[in-house]
Design a protein around this ligand. Structure first.
Ligand SMILES: [Zn+2]
Length: 187
């Protein structure tokens, strides 16, 4: 049983559920629900409501069960993270308004606090050589860190950045105070 503080919006499941259904079928999604239920996180993945809050612990179990059940490697976890970005309606709206690497930085913190009631995102625009996303007051899980690297890659690809590279120089799971994601691309 996973314990994690806070809640997240249903919207962030949407792209992931599509990813699982596309790759592993409806049966895969059923298996995922059974596995989550066995781990005491009951969740109806066919009826997630975008604007509702869901416990972070359940969200984390969803990611863990997906990775374990379908034996996802690191590249596939990044893909799962990318899928989370592509389908999020609220982020697409922000993107329409924003639409540049710099503006993703500007709107990033708002998108975070819209989707999570825990942790805090701060961004530092440093151009294609190094733009930083830092998440404070949120321990999370190493799996979620990998997922977010995929998510931020998709965000930058979506506004036309090429050869996007995301790494995580700092992380609470390596003894740092916060998560620091560094985003670089070809301008
Ligand atoms: Zn981290």
């Amino acid at each position: 049983m996973i314990f994690m503080e806070g809640n997240c919006k249903g919207a962030i499941f949407r792209g992931n559920i599509e990813y699982v259904t596309k790759k592993f079928g409806k049966l895969g999604l059923e298996k995922l629900m059974v596995d989550m239920k066995e781990k005491r996180h009951r969740l109806d993945l066919n009826h997630i409501i975008d604007g509702n809050w869901y416990p972070m612990a359940t969200r984390m179990q969803f990611l863990k069960s997906t990775v374990e059940l379908f034996d996802l490697d690191e590249a596939q976890i990044l893909e799962l993270g990318k899928s989370g970005f592509k389908q999020s309606a609220i982020i697409q709206i922000y993107l329409k308004v924003a639409g540049s690497p710099k503006k993703i930085c500007k709107f990033g913190p708002k998108v975070w606090s819209h989707n999570y009631d825990t942790g805090r995102l701060e961004t530092e625009y440093g151009g294609s050589e190094g733009t930083y996303f830092r998440i404070y007051d949120f321990k999370g899980d190493p799996l979620l860190c990998t997922y977010l690297m995929g998510f931020y890659t998709a965000a930058y690809e979506n506004v036309g950045a090429r050869d996007v590279m995301v790494d995580e120089p700092k992380c609470p799971h390596k003894g740092d105070e916060f998560h620091e994601f560094r985003i670089r691309w070809t301008p």
